[in-house]
Design a protein around this ligand. Structure first.
Ligand code: CMP
Length: 144
C-alpha cells in the first residue's frame, strides 16, 4: 500500500468543508493513518512549498497557507499518490473535472481547498514533514 499527504487548506477549514472532504476521501478508499490540525508558520510554509520559490504566486501562497488552520492527513491506499490527484482535480477549479473535490469546494487557483503530493518522492517528503515514523506506525491496524 502507498501513502500520500493531503492538506485541507485554510479556505476549506474556514468554510466548514473539512468534514465533507474527509467523508469523500474515505468513500474513495483512503485510510486516515495520521491527522493534525495545525497552523503553519511562514518558514514552514516556505519549506513545504520550496519548489515554488521565485514563482509569481509564491508570497501570496505562503500568506494564504499561514492565514488559518489546516488539516494535514497521511492517507493510505493502493496507488494513493496518483489516485488522490485524480480525486482532487486540477489546480484551477474552473478547469477541474466535474465532481472532483476542487470543482466542488475550491474558490480559485489559490484558495483551492486541498493539496495533494504530486509524486511518490514528494509524498515521502511531505508525510515526514508533518508526521514522525512513530506516529505513522502506531496507527497501522495490525499493531492494534
Ligand atoms: P497545491 O496543490 O497546494 O500546490 C501549489 C499551490 O500553489 C497550488 O495548490 C495553488 O494553491 C498555488 N498555485 C499554483 N499555481 C497558482 C497560480 N497560478 N496562482 C495562484 N496560486 C497558484
Amino acid at each position: 500500500m502507498e501513502y500520500t499527504l493531503a492538506i485541507i487548506k485554510p479556505d476549506a477549514i474556514q468554510g466548514g468543508k473539512a468534514g465533507l472532504i474527509l467523508n469523500r476521501l474515505e468513500e474513495e478508499g483512503f485510510r486516515i493513518r495520521a491527522a493534525r490540525l495545525t497552523r503553519l508558520t511562514e518558514p514552514e510554509a516556505g519549506e513545504l512549498y520550496a519548489v515554488h520559490r521565485g514563482r509569481p504566486f509564491y508570497e501570496a501562497l505562503k500568506r494564504f497557507m499561514t492565514s488559518g488552520p489546516i488539516l494535514a492527513l497521511a492517507l493510505e491506499r493502493e496507488d494513493a499518490v496518483a489516485y488522490l490527484r485524480k480525486v482532487i482535480g486540477a489546480t484551477d477549479p474552473a478547469q477541474a473535472e466535474r465532481g472532483t473535490i476542487r470543482a466542488l469546494y475550491a474558490e480559485n487557483k489559490e484558495r483551492n481547498a486541498i493539496h495533494a503530493s504530486d509524486s511518490e518522492e514528494n509524498a515521502r517528503r511531505e508525510v515526514s514533514f508533518f508526521f514522525s515514523v512513530q506516529e505513522l506506525l502506531w496507527t497501522v491496524e495490525e499493531r492494534g
